[in-house]
Design a protein. Sequence first.
Length: 88
Amino acid sequence: MSGRTLPILAGMVLLSMIAVVPRAASFDAEPAGSVAVSPAQPPDDEIKADFALIGKINTVGAWYIFLSAHPAGPYADRARERIKTLGG
């Protein structure tokens, strides 16, 4: 693997290990005058680069890691097709 590949893969593996914890009930209400902010979506170039990297690895586990980071969109659909092709 190249020097650039390892940090990206390690970051994706770490993303797959982060637990999703529901917010506490006391934080459910928005304070008066607050502005709701939607989570930032990665740029298409970043998603394309992740897809290309996982395509080089091309294992069912790697594709599931990709889907955990990018669950929707055309690349997600292609990742699901790759999983089926690999028998996952």
